[in-house]
Write a protein that binds this ligand. Structure first.
Ligand code: ZN
Ligand code: ZN
Length: 355
């Protein structure tokens, strides 16, 4: 029988739940379920029955049962009937936890149902535990994310042959989107294309702005492949713009300094500070208003978040973006983003496109 590729993570969570004296944990988040079982399902409840002999049971509806049997033959699956909530079903099976672990990211509706069905249970939020377990990738996940990043590089290089001044941001976006659909599993997030001064908006939504000759172009893109995301930002530089060239150089130096500094044991906040100090010293501190980076995996934004003062320690196996930027409203914007893997000695850059 095929084994669970994420068995280690599931075992760790079960042990952690036992240490925290939880009788059971219920997991609903799609990416959390995927990271524990490999199953892709947006309507399921993964029960870790700690008190009941550390059983793992997956509840889902009719539509998903055959897929779960195929993808995770090792997993015990129970079908829920229409009109019966997961909480109803758990109660009917005699699950009566005194302390129940849950994700605070669930909907308010589900939370209220949880309270109603288990009125006596102490609800313990395990959201951060799930996110921190997901932050350290398995060897198999690293291989997949590296492949997604390599494909992202390839798509950017192909796109550059097709795009040219005179095209609108939307048209450029469509070129990239089509390549992502043709070669991967589509976009990990909506591709950002900013012509000229539009790049001063960090998350500009591509519109009918025409990319003029000589103007810079910023593209933030990530292809999805085999269920995982990639993320990279590149710029086609402005011609003969002194201020742009100066800002570009500062952002690039900040990006390179953070890459050189990234290593296990340092905090995510310290990594942010490496890039931020450099930008601040150059006089653009206020123009770098977002965090340095974020984890990437099944979702585009995961832990760890490399934000100011974050105490989260970087660990080998984490995959984070390093994306300093400088934004001057109405004038220009530069962001340079690479995806990096924290290794035992430093970091390995997974994005290889020319900066
Ligand atoms: Zn990005
Ligand atoms: Zn990013």
């Amino acid at each position: 029988m095929e084994n669970n590729p994420n068995a280690d993570r599931l075992d760790e969570l079960m042990r952690l739940a036992a240490r925290r004296r939880l009788d059971a944990v219920v997991v609903f988040g799609e990416a959390n379920i995927r990271s524990l079982t490999g199953v892709v399902c947006d309507n399921g409840c993964l029960l870790l029955d700690v008190a009941g002999g550390r059983r793992v049971v997956f509840y889902t509806d009719f539509r998903y049962v055959p897929m779960v049997h195929r993808v995770a033959p090792w997993l015990r699956v129970r079908e829920t009937r229409q009109g019966v909530t997961f909480m109803d079903r758990l109660r009917r099976e005699g699950i009566r936890p005194k302390r129940l672990g849950y994700e605070s990211s669930i909907t308010a509706k589900r939370y209220l149902d949880l309270k109603k069905r288990f009125p006596k249970a102490a609800l313990v939020d395990v959201n951060d535990d799930l996110l921190s377990k997901r932050a350290v990738k398995s060897v198999e996940e690293i291989t997949r994310i590296a492949a997604a990043a390599a494909l992202n590089d390839e798509i950017w290089s192909m796109a550059q042959k097709e795009i040219k001044p005179g095209m609108t941001e939307k048209a450029i976006q469509r070129v990239i989107q089509s390549l992502m659909i043709a070669l991967g599993d589509g976009e990990a997030f909506e591709t950002i294309v900013c012509a000229g001064a539009n790049a001063a908006e960090c998350h500009h939504v591509p519109d009918d702005t025409v990319w003029q000759k000589g103007e810079p172009l910023l593209v933030d893109m990530g292809v999805k492949l085999d269920g995982v995301c990639s993320d990279m930002t590149r710029n086609i530089k402005a011609a003969r713009d002194v201020e742009y060239a100066k800002v570009y150089d500062i952002v690039l130096k900040a990006n390179e300094a953070a890459i050189a500094a990234a290593k296990p044991g340092m905090t995510a906040g310290a990594l942010d500070a490496v890039a931020r100090k450099l930008i601040r010293k150059a006089g653009y501190g206020k123009a770098f208003g977002h965090s340095l980076g974020h984890g990437v995996g099944y979702e585009i934004h995961e832990e760890p978040c490399a934000r100011q003062k974050s105490k989260t320690k970087l660990e080998a196996g984490m995959i984070v973006t390093i994306e300093p930027g400088v934004y001057l409203e109405g004038r220009l914007g530069v962001r340079i983003e690479d995806l990096v893997l924290i290794t035992t000695t430093g970091c390995e850059v997974l994005s290889h496109s020319v900066k």
